[in-house]
Design a protein around this ligand. Structure first.
Ligand SMILES: Cc1cc2nc3c(=O)[nH]c(=O)nc-3n(C[C@H](O)[C@H](O)[C@H](O)COP(=O)(O)OP(=O)(O)OC[C@H]3O[C@@H](n4cnc5c(N)ncnc54)[C@H](O)[C@@H]3O)c2cc1C
Ligand SMILES: NC(=O)c1ccc[n+]([C@@H]2O[C@H](COP(=O)([O-])OP(=O)(O)OC[C@H]3O[C@@H](n4cnc5c(N)ncnc54)[C@H](OP(=O)(O)O)[C@@H]3O)[C@@H](O)[C@H]2O)c1
Length: 458
């Protein structure tokens, strides 16, 4: 049977009348291919009439959708507009962004601002004795740049730094870097829809100039990615008398490589992961070590079943050689990741797994404190394990039991010219105070001027 003759207007009406819920036309109509083509051409012509220029916004009415407002841009779909992207920070996050974004975002114009002289972030800056990863090396790496020949089960800081710099070289990330450039602040301009970054060239700023604005320029970007690290802004504590203290005063993350701790009397403040890692490494070489601790913390025996040691834990050469085979290495990595990430059930406060973990840790802590069992009660927290990130702290408990260590839980009252006085009036003289007191986490603060303010104008 010949198709019913219908005009283009009717075809459009019929198409509009299509009942989406029922998925059937309300009125049956037969349309030839030619007629349908004509109808679509006519509909397009109507749209064009309503849209004198494709760049103009317009309202489209549809029986199925509310009014929509679309800005159409007059360009080919595969013709990408340039996208200016700023990444602030060149640690693991910044290097990863520098490797992956150009591969995935067409039209990107990338700049990575890094205040240091090179990539590496945490692992570039932290050089205190014993600095090391507490996550197995083969897990603490990039998924797209696996390194099969890590030297140690828990890599030291320098090897991790070198690894990330090698990732940056391999993926040509250095071309995007502006080293020794600190982003002072970033402001979203709601009118122009851009980010304005005030960036300081530190080499110009520190060129003997007292001018706060030396080397300062304003740069404009469409996208801002913050990769400046939660622990990057290390923070000294505030105690009365600190300015009068005449010994060496440093933050652990600001370790002076020329400082020789051997034979010295040293105070270490703080028992976060940095303090726990630093303390046993110093204890072996110093004359005396005063360890100031405000609150107890759990010292995990191992990390995801991997035994820990204070010293190096190198991989056997034979195993390293076997991991050069990609398939063997992939299996090895899968097993390592699996062991590492399955510990999450321990994180649930009152779970059986958490209770079991607590019992296991208590037993190991008792054993490791055998030389001074009286320390045990001072060291066991009243919160479940994993409420705070677990720290394996190899050698930490053993070091605490050594005769040259004082574990001090009385609060610090003040610093003096020669040492630290606690609230019980005891004064301990020291040659150096190392503050492992963590970082300022409030790096991005709404409407705060520094170090990075992300705020909407107006
Ligand atoms: C001593 C130490 C040991 C750690 N050990 C472990 C561990 O064993 N396992 C683990 O999982 N995590 C560990 N961490 C956490 C570690 O920080 C992260 O695992 C990871 O390195 C964070 O990478 P990131 O790129 O996000 O930040 P970061 O490595 O901190 O890099 C941030 C970068 O941003 C730059 N930057 C900051 N502000 C500006 C600015 N305004 N302008 C320009 N540049 C800026 C900094 O110079 C830095 O290079 C450790 C942290 C510390 C401090
Ligand atoms: N590879 C590793 O093992 C490793 C090494 C270092 C760091 N990290 C990671 O890096 C991050 C930061 O660790 P962190 O140890 O540098 O910092 P942190 O976990 O914040 O610990 C800071 C420590 O300093 C103490 N402290 C802070 N202010 C103090 C003050 N005014 N007086 C006395 N004590 C004070 C805190 O005591 P309170 O608990 O009482 O507040 C805490 O013990 C963590 O995620 C950590 O896991 C990992």
């Amino acid at each position: 049977m010949a198709p019913a003759a219908v005009g283009t207007a009717q075809v459009i009406d019929q198409l509009n009348a299509f009942d989406l819920a029922e998925k059937t036309p309300l009125h049956k109509v037969t349309v030839s291919a030619d007629e349908l083509g004509e109808a679509i051409a006519s509909a397009a012509a109507t749209t064009e009439t309503r849209l004198p220029s494709a760049r103009h916004a317009h309202n489209t009415r549809s029986p199925f959708y509310p009014d929509i407002h679309v800005d159409l841009v007059d360009r080919f779909v595969d013709e990408y507009r340039p996208l200016r992207v700023a990444v602030v920070g060149g640690g693991l996050t910044g290097v990863t962004a520098g490797a992956l974004l150009p591969a995935k975002v067409p039209g990107i114009q990338l700049t990575i601002y890094e205040k240091n002289r090179d990539f590496g972030g945490t692992w570039f800056e932290n050089v205190y004795p014993g600095v090391r990863c507490d996550v197995p090396s083969h897990v603490y790496q990039s998924t797209f740049a696996p390194k099969h020949d890590w030297s140690d089960r828990f890599a030291y800081g320098a090897e991790i730094r070198d690894y990330w710099q090698s990732v940056a070289r391999k993926h040509n990330v250095y071309q995007y870097a502006k080293f020794r450039h600190r982003v002072r602040d970033a402001t979203w301009d709601d009118g122009d829809k851009v980010w304005r970054l005030r960036v300081q060239d530190l080499d110009k700023a520190e060129d003997g100039s007292a001018d706060e604005g030396a080397g300062l320029t304003t740069e404009t970007f469409d996208v801002l990615i913050t990769a400046f690290g939660k622990f990057n802004a290390w923070r000294l504590p505030h105690y009365p008398g600190m300015a009068e203290y005449r010994g060496v005063l440093r933050h652990a993350s600001d370790w002076d490589p020329t400082f020789d701790p051997r034979g010295k009397r040293i105070a270490v403040i703080g028992n976060g992961a940095s303090g726990i890692q630093l303390m046993p490494n110093l204890q072996k070489v110093v004359a005396r070590l005063d360890h100031y601790v405000r609150n107890p913390t759990w010292i995990a025996p191992n990390w995801a079943g991997e035994e820990r040691a204070t010293g190096a834990q190198p991989y056997p050469e034979e195993l390293k050689r076997s991991l050069a085979d990609p398939k063997t290495y992939l299996d090895f990595r899968k097993r390592a990741e699996d062991r590492h990430w399955r510990v999450f059930k321990n994180f649930l406060g009152e779970s059986e797994a958490n209770h079991e973990l607590r019992d296991a840790i208590v037993e190991v802590m008792r054993k490791r404190l055998a030389k001074k069992p009286e320390l045990f009660d001072k060291l066991v927290p009243d919160f479940p394990p994993s409420c705070r990130r677990l720290t394996p702290g190899p050698g930490y408990l053993e070091a605490l039991t050594e005769d040259n260590v004082d574990y001090i839980t009385t609060r610090i009252r003040r610093f003096t010219a020669t040492g630290i006085e606690t609230e019980d009036g005891v004064h301990r003289e020291v040659d150096a105070v190392i503050c492992a007191t963590g970082a300022n986490r409030r790096v991005v603060r709404h409407r705060s001027p520094r170090p990075l303010a992300a705020r909407r104008s107006g």
